[in-house]
Design a protein around this ligand. Structure first.
Ligand SMILES: [Zn+2]
Length: 140
C-alpha cells in the first residue's frame, strides 16, 4: 500500500479529484457546483457553507489568457495547414473556447476552494483567538 498524502483527512478529496469532479472540500460529495461554474450556496450532503469562501474571479482572467492562446494557436495552425472557410473557424473555436473556459474555471475554483478550506482548518487548530478564519487578510 502506498500512503496517499494528498487526501490528508478522512473523507476529504485530493485536489485533483476535487478539480475534476467538483467535490465538496469537506465530505467529498459532488455538490460543489449548482450551475456550470457557480458554486452551490452550501453542500447538500454535509451542510458546509460554501458561500463563506471568497474564491473570486481571479482564475477567470488567467483562464481567458490561457484559453485564448490555445485557441488562437490552433486556429492559426488550421488556417496555415488547410485554410478552411471562415465558418469552419466559427463552429470550431466558439464551442471549444466555451468548453475550455468552463472546464478550466470549474477545475480552478474547485482547487482553490479546497486549498482555502484546508488553510482554514489549519488556522482554526492553532488557537481560539484566530477564530474560524474568515479570511479578512485575503480580501482583494
Ligand atoms: Zn460536503
Amino acid at each position: 500500500m502506498v500512503p496517499d498524502n494528498s487526501a490528508s483527512e478522512k473523507g476529504q478529496p485530493s485536489i485533483g479529484q476535487a478539480a475534476l469532479f467538483g467535490l465538496c472540500p469537506s465530505c467529498g460529495a459532488r455538490t460543489l457546483f449548482s450551475g456550470w461554474v457557480r458554486f452551490a450556496p452550501k453542500c447538500r450532503v454535509c451542510g458546509l457553507d460554501l458561500s463563506q469562501f471568497n474564491v473570486g474571479d481571479g482564475p477567470a482572467a488567467f483562464l481567458i489568457l490561457i484559453v485564448g492562446a490555445i485557441v488562437v494557436g490552433l486556429a492559426a495552425w488550421l488556417q496555415v495547414a488547410i485554410a478552411p472557410p471562415f465558418w469552419v473557424h466559427m463552429i470550431l473555436w466558439l464551442p471549444l473556447s466555451t468548453l475550455l473556459v468552463i472546464i478550466g474555471l470549474r477545475a480552478a475554483k474547485a482547487a482553490l476552494i479546497l486549498a482555502e478550506y484546508r488553510n482554514r482548518a489549519g488556522e482554526a487548530r492553532q488557537g481560539p483567538e484566530h477564530g474560524p478564519g474568515y479570511g479578512q487578510d485575503k480580501q482583494r
